[in-house]
Design a binder for this molecule. Structure first.
Ligand SMILES: [Zn+2]
Length: 204
């Protein structure tokens, strides 16, 4: 495996109250981190609209402020919004208080209980502080590695196909770095899920 990421089973042990899966065997959730970004997020919105499916966007507060029009387009299209911090912080470099302030700065722009930590990193004290503030912490069960420069379209799709069953929360990115792959894989992947008769659900 050329990619390194903390394995899900370990994350589940460290963050027992976080969400990793859905509660129904025929449900699947597509999630997109790091937007809104011009062109990329707009492309994703158009594809989702074409297939008439909902998704969840873990937005960065700074990007919402820079690209308000695209953020409103997400809302108009009834996608779920999650907090991905205001400044896309790496939790390990900040105190609990600093981290929480950044999360709450996002919360003031858009009020949502859904939260996903950038890089999947959280110190135990930050995790506890977020739970205390009633955030619903959501990780993922399948990573697409859509941001990885060595990933090819076919490799990315094959890896997703192998892991796709009900209950999964799939991690994509609507970022500039991921656009090369996302723009190629998204329609094929959605059609694959449709053939498996999976129902796309937004996170709540
Ligand atoms: Zn991120």
């Amino acid at each position: 495996m050329i990619f390194s990421q903390t394995p899900i089973y370990l994350l589940k042990q460290i963050y027992p109250n976080a969400q990793f899966h859905l509660n129904h065997p025929s449900y699947i959730a597509l999630t997109f981190d790091d937007g809104p970004i011009p062109e990329v997020t707009e492309y994703v919105i158009d594809v989702l609209k074409h297939y008439n499916i909902p998704a969840t966007f873990f937005c960065v507060g700074e990007n919402i402020q820079k690209h308000t029009g695209i953020f409103h387009k997400l809302l108009q299209n009834k996608h779920s919004i999650g907090n991905h911090t205001f400044s896309h912080l790496n939790a390990w470099k900040y105190t609990s208080e600093e981290y929480l302030q950044d999360v709450l700065k996002f919360y003031k722009i858009y009020n949502t209980p859904l939260f996903r930590p950038p890089y999947g990193k959280l110190k135990p004290s930050q995790y506890k502080a977020l739970l205390k503030h009633n955030f619903k912490i959501v990780f993922w069960s399948v990573i697409s590695y859509d941001y990885h420069p060595q990933m090819t379209v076919q490799k990315c799709l094959n890896s997703l196909y192998k892991k796709t069953i009900g209950r999964q929360i799939i991690l994509f990115h609507d970022s500039q770095k991921s656009f090369r792959l996302i723009s190629e894989i998204l329609p094929s992947y959605i059609e694959f899920c449709q053939k498996l008769k999976l129902t796309f659900v937004p996170l709540k």
